[in-house]
Design a protein. Structure first.
Length: 229
């Protein structure tokens, strides 16, 4: 499905608006962890199901599916097998992103266009614009900017952390107590655990911190996601 380009600011605003709508309906101020399942069912009015999508669809890389006509979001129940609450919550938020951002492009005068009743989220499609937009929506929904910045200042540092070296390296102008690249899992874990973002993975957290300019990797080495395991 072809979709128009959207700026990050526009996507972030839509995620913020959804959170505010939920707060008005629930009549309480929401703090992390963000109750994404309740948001889907109570504010979007969409049924959330955990099912074996691999068995149903015969595809082994489908994480979630959004069915517009029936107002149902399905998340692959096999995500629970790895015990990752963060991945499950992010997939739910990702599907909510499809509902908010992309459902209008499947509808025509209030009716779903034939042959376009669903949006399947496959690992193999991760680089497509429609999937990136839903990912960014999920990040903004689960990790609101204001709450992230407040938690970062309280837990990590009042200013952005600039990582300029790897473990064991030293260079001109660096001090031994400055952060090094291999510390990122601990920075992310502190944010998730002490900041209240218990339904967010460390990988999602570190990406969000970089996106908001709170963690700057100035080395020539990418962060190793294998450090998670």
């Amino acid at each position: 499905m072809k979709i128009p380009w959207m700026a990050k600011e526009e996507i972030a605003l839509k995620a913020s608006d959804l959170l505010k709508d939920f707060e008005r309906n629930a009549e309480y101020a929401v703090k992390p962890p963000i109750p994404v399942e309740d948001i889907i069912e109570r504010t979007l009015g969409v049924e959330l199901r955990y099912v074996d999508l691999q068995k149903i669809l015969g595809k082994d890389d489908v994480l979630g599916a959004t069915y517009v006509a029936s107002r149902v979001i399905c998340v692959n129940e096999r995500l629970f097998e790895n015990g990752s609450e963060g991945r499950v919550a992010f997939t739910c938020a990702h599907e909510a992103g499809h509902w908010v951002l992309h459902r209008p492009f499947l509808e025509n005068g209030g009716k779903v266009q034939p042959g376009k009743e669903s949006i399947l989220c496959r690992i193999s499609d991760a680089g497509k614009p429609i999937e990136w937009q839903a990912d960014y929506f999920a990040s903004c929904l689960l990790m609101p900017e204001e709450e992230i910045k407040e938690a970062f200042a309280r837990i990590c540092a009042p200013e952005p952390l600039v990582v300029k070296r790897r473990r064991g390296e030293s260079g001109k102008g660096t001090r031994s107590q400055e952060p090094y690249l291999e510390q990122w899992p601990y920075i992310a874990a502190a944010m998730c655990e002490l900041g209240g973002f218990s339904n967010v993975s460390r990988q999602a957290m570190i990406i969000r911190l970089q996106d908001l300019g709170l963690l700057l990797n100035m080395t020539d080495t990418k962060m190793d996601w294998q450090a998670l395991w």
